[in-house]
Design a binder for this molecule. Structure first.
Ligand code: NAP
Length: 312
């Protein structure tokens, strides 16, 4: 086992991402001590009982005292208020990061509260499941998944490099990009697909009144794979759409245009259009498998829980 990368890590939020980080850090001996804080006493008690934190704090401010890494792992909409709380208590030279699914809004909300001499390196692990809470984490969540870091210009390269080292030691592949670019990429790869999955479940629910239990019974035909992510946490996803508004609206606009074109092809009986479209999209989908972000197994790898992956 190597020396810890950080002496004391403070986790603010103890849900899926924070608990997975804690399990991974414990497995690899990457943190000297892990201190945790979550809104509810219940989550703090569960984290202590499972043992993925060494100590629970009663407030976010108390949790960050003496920590050389602070991780904000709460819904995006809660990050600003927490940053305001912890700002005055941060250790000089410490690094603050976050794992929020949206980057520009988090940077705008958090950065003003980070004092001089503390490094803020925003980040986003592209890894997740549709489960949430302190019991849902597991050490291998980040294995072979991307972890995107979006440090602002002028951020201390040593602070970014140390955080990168932590992410890589938890099994992730790390890339750096600008926050606004991140938000556009994620609007395409994650945020809009989640919105469409939520919509499809809503449509099926309307239909259920007509077809009774058939939607559930015959869901293997596509509905099950397509809508698994619609079981994801409602607070997290509300915040994603409220804070990545422009990029998701842009992608939704394009999606709607494509959908109308397909709708028109169906109405006109334009089989050539449909066939050409599906041929092109099949090639793109296979390209994603070849890029290692999914598996060619018929169930897309979802039969083995730790291997499944979606991300906010
Ligand atoms: P989660 O499992 O629902 O956990 C959220 C945690 O935040 C809970 O421990 C909750 O406390 C705590 N919390 C909420 N509001 C708080 C507040 N005001 N003060 C202190 N703690 C608060 O969520 P998650 O999936 O880990 O997501 C955390 C972050 O990671 C989000 O920003 C999300 O966008 C991002 N992310 C999620 C995924 C994914 O697939 N789930 C992937 C990548 C990134 P209680 O337990 O007491 O309610």
């Amino acid at each position: 086992m190597t020396a810890p990368i950080y002496n004391r890590v403070a986790l603010i939020g103890l849900g899926l991402i924070a608990s997975s980080m804690a399990h991974a850090m414990k497995t690899g001996g990457l943190a000297g001590e892990i201190v945790g804080y979550a809104k509810s006493a219940d989550s703090r008690a569960v984290a202590l009982e499972i043992g993925f934190i060494d100590r629970a704090a009663d407030t976010a401010a108390a949790a960050v005292v003496g920590a050389d890494l602070v991780v904000l792992a709460v819904p995006v909409g809660a990050m600003g208020a927490i940053a305001a709380d912890i700002g005055p208590h941060l250790l000089p030279g410490a690094t603050v990061t976050d794992v929020g699914s949206v980057k520009q809004a988090v940077i705008d909300a958090v950065a003003p509260h980070i004092p001089e001499g503390v490094h803020f390196v925003a980040g986003h692990p592209i890894a997740g499941t549709e489960h949430s809470g302190p019991r849902s984490g597991f050490a291998s969540l980040f294995k072979n998944r991307w972890w995107l870091l979006t440090p602002a210009e002028g951020t201390d390269p040593a602070a970014t490099a140390r955080l990168r080292h932590l992410c890589e030691s938890m099994g992730a592949k790390v890339d750096e990009m600008e926050a606004a670019h991140h938000d556009l990429v994620l609007a395409v790869t994650s945020h809009t697909p989640h919105l469409i999955a939520y919509t499809m479940v809503g449509v099926a629910d309307d239909l259920r009144r007509v077809t009774d239990s058939e939607v559930i019974q015959y869901s293997a035909a596509g509905f099950r794979d397509f809508t698994r992510i619609a079981a994801s946490d409602p607070t997290m996803w509300r915040d994603v759409f409220l804070t990545n508004k422009d990029a998701t609206l842009e992608i939704l606009g394009r999606f709607t245009e494509e959908l109308f074109a397909l709708q028109r092809a169906i109405r006109l009986g334009d089989g050539d259009h449909l066939h050409a479209y599906f041929t092109r999209t099949r090639a793109i989908r296979r390209g994603i498998i070849e890029a290692g972000q999914d598996t060619a197994a018929p169930d897309f790898g979802r039969a083995q829980p730790p291997a499944k992956g979606n991300a906010g």
